[in-house]
Structures are given as structure tokens and as C-alpha cells.
Write a protein that binds this ligand. Structure first.
Ligand code: NAD
Ligand SMILES: CCCCC[C@H](O)/C=C/C=C\C=C\C=C\[C@@H](O)[C@@H](O)CCCC(=O)O
Length: 257
């Protein structure tokens, strides 16, 4: 997929990985709607991006992806402003084992919501043009992180959901490729104040930090480059793309039948 003139939506776009995703999509010619519930950070980033890429390439919409109404409205506004949606990046997520229901609500239910609402706009069965959806999971979506079992569950859910809906899209002819990004540790706000985020598992913070030192941390730009690979490669559907500082790997999964 060439990105010139394409329209992308990025959730959790105001900071971290989502901000880097937004920037690489703009650098490659796409228009981008930034969705985030942090209005201050979002509006500040929007002003900077408008200066760098022009007034017509970006849009910021305050949106909590836990809200069906807000997410639905944000996608509708994006379509009305830019003429359609070609790329949906369901990236917003949190890490907090104390507020575990919210972790599931945002990380898994928010990704499902963003995927289903994007399908309504993009599916060829609905008169759409097709396109690509990229969901952000984590390496914790491929293997357990003992210090954050609910975060692990939410990310395993994102991997499983993405692989299943990608197969459904192919079988039903949606014309939409759907893939999942599984980064290792990335230097962002989410990966700070770790003990406070682990709740009853905070005693495992040191073990996790040691794991992160061993695995080394990624920059947000490295993750964004892998997002771009999944967006532009028309052959990629149903892929789980594991990204580490020194290796990138398309995961294979056991065939059960
Ligand atoms: N940082 C890491 O080590 C790492 C590794 C692998 C995967 N991830 C995943 O990458 C994604 C982005 O994380 P990050 O590290 O950039 O975190 P971050 O905290 O730096 O940025 C997350 C962004 O999402 C927004 N957000 C959170 N909840 C939201 C909601 N309900 N509605 C709208 N916006 C919301 C925040 O305001 C923030 O701008 C998350 O899904 C995270 O689980 C992070
Ligand atoms: C507390 C920080 C959480 C950061 C979350 C973010 O999504 C980053 C995740 C990065 C790496 C996850 C690694 C998961 C590894 C598992 O596959 C497994 O190998 C861990 C085994 C742990 C152990 O028993 O030593």
C-alpha cells in the first residue's frame, strides 16, 4: 500500500509509540487523525505537526476508546474531514495491575471496539475501499509476564482476536488486512514507575527490570518502522510481528488440527 493520500487513524497518538506511529505515517504521505483522551498532549502535538506537515494533514480528536460513542464519533468525523479511512492503528493501552478491569477494558475491549468500528467504514461489504488495521499488543501477548498477569491476558487477547478477525476478513472478503504488533520493552511513559503499576505484584518489579536489561529496550522509532512494514506489505494478513532491539520475527503458531 502506497501511503500518499491515504487516511490513517491512530489511537493513543498523543505520546509514546502512538506519536511515533503518527509521525512515520505523515512522513510517508498519509493524513492522520490522532485520537487520545489526553487532550492537552494531543493538542500540543497537533500544533507541532501542523507546523511540520501543513495544516491539512492532521486532525486531533479527544476520544476515550472505552467509549463506543466517542470512538464512533471520532471515526465519523475523520471520514467526513478526510474522505475515508484506509489505515486504523489500535494502539492505545495502559499497564496497571491494580485497576485490572480498566486494563482489560482499554487494552482488549478498546482494540476490539476500534477494529469493529473501523470495519464498518473500511469493509468492501459495506461499500468501503478496504485497507489495513494494525493492533498493538506486546511480547506479553506471546508469553507471560509474571509481574503483570492481567496485562498479559489483555495482550494475549489482542493477539488471538487479531489472528481470528484477520482470517474472518479473508474468508468473508472484507478487503482488509489485519495484523498485530508485538514489541518488547519500549522507552515510553508506560514503561516508567513500574512498581506503582504492578499492584500486588510490585515485588516482581526488580525481576522485570532485569528482564528488560537483558532484552534491552526499543526506541519508539524502531517500533514505528515495523508498523510501516505491516501497513505497506500487501501480503501481510493475520501476522503477529515480534519486535526486539536486535531481531524482528513473524511468529508461527502450532496448527491444532
Ligand atoms: N512501552 C512498552 O514497553 C510497550 C511494549 C509493548 C507494547 N506496548 C503497548 O504499546 C501501546 C502504546 O503504549 P506506550 O508505551 O506508547 O504508552 P504511553 O503511556 O506512552 O502512551 C499511551 C497513549 O495512549 C493514550 N491512552 C491510554 N488510554 C486511552 C484511552 N482509554 N483512550 C484513548 N487514549 C488512551 C494515553 O493518553 C497515551 O497518549 C500500548 O498498547 C502498550 O500496551 C508498550
Ligand atoms: C512491567 C513492564 C511491562 C512492560 C509491558 C510491555 O508490553 C513490554 C513487554 C516486554 C516484554 C515482555 C516479555 C515477555 C516475555 C515472556 O514471553 C516470557 O518469556 C517471560 C518469562 C519471565 C520469566 O519467567 O522469567
Amino acid at each position: 500500500m502506497a501511503l500518499d493520500g491515504k487516511v490513517a487513524v491512530v489511537t493513543g497518538a498523543a505520546m509514546g509509540i502512538g506519536k511515533a506511529m503518527t509521525e512515520i505515517l505523515l512522513q510517508n504521505g498519509a493524513k492522520v487523525a490522532l485520537l487520545d483522551f489526553n487532550e492537552t498532549a494531543g493538542k500540543s502535538l497537533l500544533e507541532a505537526l501542523k507546523k511540520q506537515y501543513g495544516q491539512e494533514k492532521t486532525l486531533f480528536l479527544t476520544c476515550d476508546i472505552e467509549s463506543e460513542e466517542q470512538t464512533k464519533a471520532a471515526l465519523q468525523t475523520t471520514r467526513e474531514t478526510f474522505g475515508g479511512i484506509d489505515i486504523m492503528c489500535n494502539n492505545a493501552g495502559i499497564l496497571n495491575e491494580s485497576t485490572w478491569e480498566k486494563t482489560v477494558s482499554i487494552n482488549l475491549m478498546g482494540v476490539i471496539r476500534g477494529t469493529y468500528l473501523a470495519l464498518e467504514h473500511m469493509s468492501k461489504l459495506n461499500g468501503g475501499q478496504g485497507g489495513v488495521i494494525i493492533n498493538t499488543a506486546s511480547m506479553a501477548g506471546l508469553g507471560p509476564l509474571p509481574s503483570c498477569p492481567v496485562y498479559t491476558a489483555s495482550k494475549h487477547g489482542v493477539v488471538g482476536f487479531t489472528r481470528a478477525i484477520a482470517a474472518a476478513s479473508s474468508a468473508l472478503g472484507y478487503g482488509i488486512r489485519i495484523n498485530v504488533l508485538c514489541p518488547g520493552f519500549v522507552q515510553t511513559d508506560l514503561f516508567s514507575n513500574i512498581p506503582a503499576r504492578l499492584g500486588k505484584f510490585s515485588l516482581l518489579a526488580d525481576a522485570t527490570k532485569k528482564m528488560a536489561e537483558k532484552m534491552e529496550t526499543l526506541s519508539v522509532s524502531e517500533v514505528a518502522e515495523c508498523l510501516l512494514e505491516l501497513v505497506v506489505d500487501e501480503m501481510k494478513n493475520g501476522e503477529a510481528f515480534m519486535v526486539l532491539p536486535k531481531s524482528k520475527k513473524y511468529m508461527t503458531f502450532p496448527v491444532l488440527l
